[in-house]
Write a new protein. Structure first.
Length: 437
């Protein structure tokens, strides 16, 4: 029996039992569609995070307190909670004339209660300088970011994310209004443009004030020598060349070691490239995990194939006996049922792949439609815009890898779960098979 003959017989057998075949296909369709959809969601999340990191520029270095060698790899994470960086360290880096540096600014974050006449929220407040807006490319929907003059004067001004602005001032314009942070009154001078609210590093729920106001008016925190503590120093480089990064890192390490007069390094320096690499590793593991969870349904579908094939062998016992009586060999019988099992599995895989691709495409299309509608009609829920999981949040990225993987697994499942029924059919005795009722 040729493979073509086996395929024709398998198709006839499957068509003869349409409902049974459809139910068997359904298990594989659901399994493959789930694998492709979840893996495309994982890939979309990874691409979204990397894009957001790169949007801030890949020519950034981050100096953080703590003795770990790499702030993003998690290696040697000792004394990471010790506050060892200060505003004075930032000024020293600025004036050190280290080749390759274009901009330096400090920042410090805190969780604080924001209260207005119309609402109250707990939010992450970042104290920084005007250089933050330049480096990270902050876009304002209303008003403006604070200036160098505001920083020098320790001005009580604040810039809100759109979600915070909506929560605190649902019925009035946020810009120009006054709110209270801890015991200090601040004037809102700007509202940041919405970036979806559910994406990595989103500013929708963030607030920004001059670092000088935070360290003197809101929550002063000083070292034993009286210097103002910061949680991070950001350094912008002239380019993202590896030689430039290495030169600047070495210059900052030498400077801070001499300033801190420490026996060991009490700070760490990482780059955007380090962050992107680590995020890619984490999201890659997450994508594989999602695919593995969905792969359980493929296993269930394979068990369904085995069950249906065993039923098929039982129902066609007399047919097997007749074929053996007229000269069919064991390998002919076995190949017939193996082809039938693979045909069911692969057919379900193809339909499942198309279904998964369709779901991934639909998710992205829905996000595009909602974003287009929001841009035409304007925000439907204040400065934050529509808070939909599809509008700037959940995205998918369909690649060939999960499709190829799912189809390959489908074929393997058909082979693995078709072996036992096929072997059982091939071992039947012709006489016993012909006598079977």
């Amino acid at each position: 029996m040729t493979p073509a003959d086996g395929l024709r017989m398998a198709v006839r057998a499957l068509v003869a039992n349409k409902l049974r075949t459809a139910l068997t296909l359904l298990g594989m369709i659901i399994g493959v569609a789930a694998v492709i959809t979840l893996m495309s969601v994982g890939a979309g999340v990874q691409a979204s995070i990397e894009e957001r990191i790169r949007s801030a520029g890949t020519n950034l270095l981050f100096v953080n307190p703590g003795a770990n060698r790499n702030q993003f790899s998690g290696l040697r994470d000792r004394r990471s909670s010790v506050q060892t960086l200060t505003v004075q360290d930032t000024e020293a880096i600025k004036t050190a004339n280290i080749p390759g540096i274009t901009l330096v600014y400090p920042q410090r974050s805190m969780s604080g209660a924001l209260l207005s006449s119309e609402g109250a929220v707990q939010a992450q407040v970042t104290g920084t300088t005007e250089a933050y807006a330049v480096t990270t490319g902050v876009n304002l929907a209303e008003g403006a970011f604070f200036t160098n003059g505001d920083v020098n004067e320790k001005a009580r001004v604040i810039v809100l994310g759109p979600t915070l602005a909506e929560d605190l001032f649902p019925d009035t314009d946020a810009v120009g209004a006054t709110l209270r942070l801890d015991k200090q009154h601040f004037t809102v001078i700007g509202v940041v443009e919405s970036d979806g609210g559910s994406s990595f590093m989103s500013r929708d729920n963030a607030a920004f004030i001059p670092l000088s106001a935070l360290t003197t008016r809101v929550r002063p925190q000083k070292t034993s020598s009286g210097d103002d503590v910061v949680s991070q120093i950001v350094v912008q480089l002239v380019d993202e060349d590896e030689a430039t990064i290495a030169t600047v890192k070495q210059g900052i390490e030498t400077l801070l070691l001499s300033r801190h007069d420490s026996a060991e390094q009490d700070f760490s320096i990482g780059s955007q490239a380090d962050l992107i690499e680590t995020v890619s590793e984490i999201t890659g593991v997450m994508t594989v995990f999602l695919g593995s969870v969905a792969g359980i349904s493929l296993l269930v579908g394979g068990i369904g194939i085995m069950n249906i094939m065993l039923v098929s062998v039982t129902e066609r016992t007399r047919e097997i006996g007749i074929r053996k009586a007229i000269g069919a060999k064991r390998r002919d019988i076995m190949s017939q049922f193996m082809i039938e099992a693979v045909a069911v599995s692969l057919g379900g895989g193809v339909v499942g792949a198309l279904t998964g691709a369709g779901i991934s495409w639909s998710v992205n299309k829905l996000g595009e439609v909602q974003q287009a509608a929001a841009s035409v009609s304007g925000p439907s829920s204040g400065p934050g815009g529509p808070r939909s999981p599809f509008a700037g949040g959940l995205t998918t990225e369909l690649t060939a890898e999960p499709i190829i993987l799912a189809l390959t697994v489908s074929i393997i499942i058909g082979l693995v779960f078709g072996i036992y029924p096929a072997a059982r059919a091939s071992r039947l005795s012709p006489i016993e098979a012909l006598r079977y009722e």
